[in-house]
Design a protein around this ligand. Structure first.
Ligand SMILES: Cc1cc2nc3c(=O)[nH]c(=O)nc-3n(C[C@H](O)[C@H](O)[C@H](O)COP(=O)(O)OP(=O)(O)OC[C@H]3O[C@@H](n4cnc5c(N)ncnc54)[C@H](O)[C@@H]3O)c2cc1C
Length: 467
């Protein structure tokens, strides 16, 4: 059996894992990131959209997303109870496929127990490391016309949370757009010690005794002997289902909230062909657009008008289309939960999971109100006379499943990790990624999870430097 010795082992290379790994590497820690899937797109953690950022490349990107977005463990069937839930197994996780919409959450979406001032520094830092640009989706002909039409359709929102261009995590490199993903987050460590990435290995166990972990055991995807990675600190960043699954499989006492308080964003989506007046005389290289109707306390959903990577309807050009997507906030409910079957193993050799996730009456009411606005926006920007493909995804289909390892202020059985992402009952095990976000929200979560993961990394540095 081969083994490695590092300071920190991180399980999973998506947004949460790469954020923590890059930050710790920057501070000089020796970090190994273990990822169940392969290196893709030529560079560990590269965003698929960067393979060809031209208009033609959008369709290639759509093909990659359709291939790489799969049921957990690349199974042929969905997780029981979660028909819409897909993941991506490869270095970068779903973060290598994401649409780069990086909105700041409203204060009403943050945990009530946490002082917003405690988040502020980390949101600023997340914007810096993710290269979030509030202006990059401004100024195009389609962008300005869609913005005006959406503003006319949705009024009465509070100051600062009115309809506006979406902040996008992308920058120009050598004159071309580069969308942010795990490669950029790992590169935080460029002036320190770059994390090692062990691809195509599934972690099945965190080794621990008396509340202290000593590393993890990883199994090669193609078979062969397991690898032991000895580490002073373990960070579990394997996604909302898989993080809870690994904690359970390892026999760690994470308390009664493990796997509970799942949050999804019920998602309404309509693909339209843009209205003729929006398409009139649009220049050939019109820049990207992404328009944002933000969440606020009295408007507990978020709508965006952008282009989701998918194949256009027959007879239409991709660049003439737009997707209107509305994410709706769900009630917090401990009964929305994962259950584990320790007797049956999934294709990764971890306990099979089942999910119970239902919308409450209040959720249904909220979805119906959001649907009315969704239609108004669709009709304002889309040529509805041609019809439109409306759909509501199956539960889990938002790609934003959150909450199985919820953060909380006290070890009172309602949370799994403390406000820094550390498991309550373990000295040196942390969770990063969407799994820790456990308060009702509807903004795309990646920006928020990166802020939380930066905080987790700083906490690890504080604790380990104090030793
Ligand atoms: C098409 C698409 C569009 C999206 N658009 C947006 C958007 O515009 N804005 C936004 O905010 N969010 C968006 N998202 C969601 C965003 O990608 C996620 O919020 C983010 O990637 C979650 O990060 P994570 O670290 O929690 O998990 P993930 O990115 O899922 O990473 C988890 C990683 O852990 C690995 N893993 C799992 N189990 C194991 C194991 N046992 N051992 C080793 N490795 C393991 C997985 O293979 C995976 O690589 C989108 C997602 C998709 C798919």
């Amino acid at each position: 059996m081969s083994s490695f010795n590092v300071d920190v082992v991180v399980v999973g290379s998506g947004a949460g894992g790469s954020t923590v790994a890059g930050r710790l590497g920057q501070a000089g820690k020796r970090v190994m990131v273990v990822e169940a899937g392969p290196v893709r797109f030529g560079t560990p953690g590269l965003h698929a959209r960067n393979l060809d950022v031209s208009e033609a490349g959008m369709l290639e990107y759509a093909k990659v997303v359709m291939n790489e977005w799969v049921f957990p463990c690349s199974s042929s069937t969905p997780v029981e109870g979660l028909p819409g839930f897909l993941v991506s197994h490869g270095v970068g996780g779903s973060f290598s496929l994401w649409c780069s919409n990086a909105p700041s959450p409203d204060v009403s979406e943050l945990p009530k127990w946490m002082d917003p001032a405690q988040w502020a520094q980390y949101f600023a830092e997340a914007a810096r490391v993710m290269h979030v640009d509030p202006d990059i989706a401004k100024g195009g002909v389609r962008a300005e016309r869609i913005l005006a039409a959406t503003r006319a359709a949705v009024t009465g929102l509070p100051a600062g949370r009115e309809v506006q261009p979406m902040p996008i995590a992308a920058r120009r490199v050598d004159g071309k757009l580069k969308y942010t993903s795990s490669d950029d987050l790992l590169a935080q460590a460029t002036d320190g010690v770059l994390p090692q990435v062990l691809a195509d290995h599934v972690v099945r166990q965190v080794l621990h005794v008396n509340g202290r972990a000593s590393g993890v055991v990883a199994f090669p995807r193609q078979g062969g002997d397991p690898v032991v990675i000895h580490a002073d600190t373990v960070v579990i960043a394997s996604g909302t289902l898989a993080a809870a699954q690994l904690i359970h499989a390892s026999g760690i006492d994470a308390g009664p909230a493990l796997g509970r308080n799942l949050l999804d964003h019920p998602i309404l989506s309509t693909r339209v062909v843009l209205r003729p007046e929006i398409l009139e005389d649009v220049p050939a290289h019109d820049p990207i657009f992404s328009i944002w109707v933000p969440h606020s306390a009295d408007h507990p959903w978020q709508t965006e008008v952008f282009r989701f990577p998918q194949t256009p309807a027959a007879g239409t050009r991709d660049e003439d289309g737009a997707d209107i997507t509305t994410f709706v906030a769900m009630d917090e409910n401990p009964d929305n939960r994962i259950s584990f079957d320790s007797e049956t193993k999934d294709a990764f050799g971890l306990p099979q999971v089942r999910v119970h996730l239902q919308h409450s009456l209040a959720d249904t009411q909220r979805i119906s109100e959001a649907l009315a606005e969704h239609y108004r926006v669709s009709a304002a920007v889309g040529d509805i006379t041609r019809g439109a493909n409306f759909m509501m995804y199956g539960v889990g289909g938002s790609a934003h499943l959150m909450g199985s390892c919820r953060m909380g202020p006290e070890n009172d059985g309602t949370s799994v990790v403390d406000r820094y992402g550390q498991l309550w009952n373990m000295d040196n095990v942390f969770v990063a990624g969407n799994a820790v976000l456990g308060s009702s929200n509807s903004s795309n979560p990646t920006f928020t999870l990166v802020a939380a993961a930066l905080r987790t990394a700083d906490r690890i540095l504080d604790l380990t430097q104090a030793l």
